[in-house]
Design a protein around this ligand. Sequence first.
Ligand SMILES: [Mg+2]
Length: 408
Amino acid sequence: MRLTNVTAHTLSSPIDPPQDRHFAGGVRRLLKRDFVLVVVETADGEVGVAPGGASSSAMREYFEGASQDDFASVIEEVVAPEVTGDPIEDPAEIHERIAAAGLPEMLESQAVSVVDVAYHDILGKRRGIPVYDLLADGDVTTRMPLYASAGMYMPPEGYADQAAAIRDRGFKGYKYRPGLGYDDDLRTIRLIREAVGDDMEIMVDAHTWWKMGDASYSFDELVDLVTEMEAFDPYWLEEPVPPADYDAYRDLAAEVEVTLAGGESEESPEGLVELAETGAVGFLQGDVRHHRGYTGCWEVVEHCRGTDVTFLPHNFGTNLGLVANAHLAAATPLEGYLEYPVFGDDVAGMYPFPLAEEILVDDIDIEDGYFEVPDGPGLGVEVDFDAVEEYPHIDGPWTEFLDEDEVE
Ligand SMILES: [Mg+2]
């Protein structure tokens, strides 16, 4: 396959008015969500698409001062010249070519991801089969249960109301982000369990606990809190310690019963394998947008086969990201639920992010908390390119962290 053009569009979906979310370490102000759409064209006039990583936060946290728009520039200025021109015989070659540019590991991994995903979209279209059939020969799960991913810093009662609303929409699980402080974090899971009863899974995404500044929990507090939370039967506890601190993962796993999950922040498929090999996590959350696309993630899926670690894709962002990760999930030995972020202004929504749906021409097929993976060729979806005009890039970070006294 000879690629001729690689373009990257940065889109922004404003959160207007901005939302201030109070947590134990201060206030998080939400301003917008950014999204990078990558379009790859071949010499034969075929077009493949791919979603960039979930948000600018990963870029900002790991590359000081960088944004999603910088990622788009890297794709067009550094990556495109490496992958266009000479034919690509095999998707593994995409990594070899981009590696020649000498990007930092995480950036390289995300750059390979978008080209790899678009390449598979084209390959599927060329052969007339969905991406999941490119990955797995017939042994696929195309109807998959979703868990709703929402819940970010609000009073404990707010999480409980949201969980109940999400249960009423038919979802099988509810994931939320705590970070209110010891007592309120414990009260939150108790209220959620009381609100949803015993039939719904509760996933705790602790992604903030390690960045609450002076309010961060000590290891002993973390063990105590998690142990108390276990009375309310959480399905998993995600990213409870800094992502690269494998010793902390091991130490925590030795002290608590709940299954640990992690992986979205790993810089590469090799990092995912390393996390799996700690023996501390039961769910490994790779992402085709972060971990060298289908090719990189598939290596990790194969590594997990026959072990106690379940590969279950991370998914946050737009419906294009959902579809991209769902093709991977469909091809894996699926045990568990696929992540579905719920956006909107109502009680069930995390915050407004209309672009998440509008990036695709058609609505996606969700019924009773199950998602039917599109079975058309490639990714099986059509991008609505009007969104590129309707959601122009807004400069600056998508979120800011403030002290309480900086907020009215
Ligand atoms: Mg997470």
